[in-house]
Ligand binder design. Structure first.
Ligand SMILES: O=c1ccn([C@@H]2O[C@H](COP(=O)(O)O)[C@@H](O)[C@H]2O)c(=O)[nH]1
Length: 244
C-alpha cells in the first residue's frame, strides 16, 4: 500500500500539551468549581462545563474562566428541533467557548453548524454516550446494533456535514479517525487512570491508551474532581499523555 493510501495519521495538536486534557467541572456550584480551578492552578488549561454546573450558574462562570485565559468546553449536548438548536448555538457562540456538544443526529448537527457560522466555536457531535453498551442501545429502542457500528455511522454523517469534531469512546477512536480523517477532532470521555473506578462508564481506557488510539483531547472528571489532590491527579494524567 502506498503512503498516500494509508490511513490518516493522528494529528497532534500544536501548542500546550496540557490542552489535551479537558477537566470536567462536575461539581454542584460555581464556588466549588472556582475553588477546584484554583487548586489545580496551571496544571489545568481546558475545562468542561456540563449539566450539573451549567444549570447552577456555570455559563456565567464560563466567562470568568475564559477571561482568566482558560479554554472552555460547554458540554450541553443539545438536541431539539432545528430552529431551536440553531438559535441556541448562536447564543452559545457569543460566550467565547472553544467547544460545544450536540447529539449526532443529522438535523441537529446541520442546525448547529448554521448557528455557529462566523464564530470560532467548534461543534462536537456526541455519537454514542460512553456509558452505553450494545444492551443499552437495545433498551433505548434501537434495532440490535453494536455501539461501535452506530458510532461509525454517526461519525460519517458528522464528517459529511462538516462538523468540527466527534465525541466517542476511545476504543472506537481509531476507526473514527479512519472515517473522519486528520482534520477533525476526536474527543474521548471514559478515561480512567490505571486502577481508577469506572463508575458508570462502560467503554474505558487509560489516558495513554486514549492518546495512542487517536484522541486529540481526553475528558476526565471524577478521577480529578474527587481526588485528594486534584492538581497532582491532573499532572499525572498530563505526564501519561506526554509519554503515550
Ligand atoms: O459520551 C459521553 C459524553 C460526555 N461525557 C461527559 O464526560 C465526563 C466524564 O466524566 P467522568 O467522571 O470522567 O466519567 C462527564 O461530564 C460526562 O457528562 C461522557 O462521559 N460520555
Amino acid at each position: 500500500m502506498s503512503a498516500a493510501m494509508s490511513l490518516p495519521t493522528n494529528p497532534v495538536p500544536a501548542g500546550d500539551i496540557r490542552d489535551r486534557l479537558i477537566i470536567g467541572l462536575d461539581v454542584p456550584s460555581v464556588d466549588e468549581a472556582r475553588a477546584l480551578v484554583q487548586r489545580i492552578g496551571d496544571a489545568g488549561t481546558f475545562y468542561k462545563i456540563g449539566y450539573q454546573l451549567a444549570y447552577a450558574g456555570g455559563l456565567e462562570f464560563a466567562r470568568e474562566l475564559i477571561d482568566a485565559g482558560k479554554k472552555v468546553f460547554l458540554d450541553l449536548k443539545l438536541h431539539d428541533i432545528g430552529n431551536t438548536v440553531e438559535e441556541g448555538v448562536r447564543s452559545v457562540a457569543r460566550l467565547g467557548a472553544t467547544f460545544l456538544t450536540v447529539h449526532a443526529y443529522p438535523q441537529t448537527m446541520r442546525a448547529a453548524m448554521a448557528g455557529k457560522a462566523g464564530s470560532s466555536l467548534k461543534i462536537l457531535a456526541v455519537t454514542v454516550l460512553t456509558s452505553y453498551d450494545d444492551a443499552d442501545l437495545v433498551e433505548a429502542g434501537y434495532a440490535p446494533v453494536p455501539a461501535a457500528e452506530l458510532v461509525a455511522r454517526r461519525a460519517g454523517q458528522a464528517r459529511d456535514l462538516g462538523v468540527d469534531g466527534i465525541v466517542c469512546a476511545a476504543p472506537e477512536a481509531a476507526r473514527v479517525r479512519s472515517i473522519v480523517g486528520s482534520d477533525r477532532l476526536i474527543v474521548t470521555p471514559g478515561i480512567r487512570p490505571a486502577g481508577a473506578d469506572a463508575g458508570d462508564q462502560k467503554r474505558i481506557v487509560t489516558p495513554a491508551e486514549g492518546i495512542r488510539l487517536g484522541a486529540n483531547h481526553l475528558v476526565v472528571a471524577r478521577p480529578i474532581v474527587k481526588a485528594a489532590d486534584p492538581r497532582a491527579a491532573a499532572e499525572a494524567i498530563v505526564r501519561d499523555i506526554a509519554a503515550a
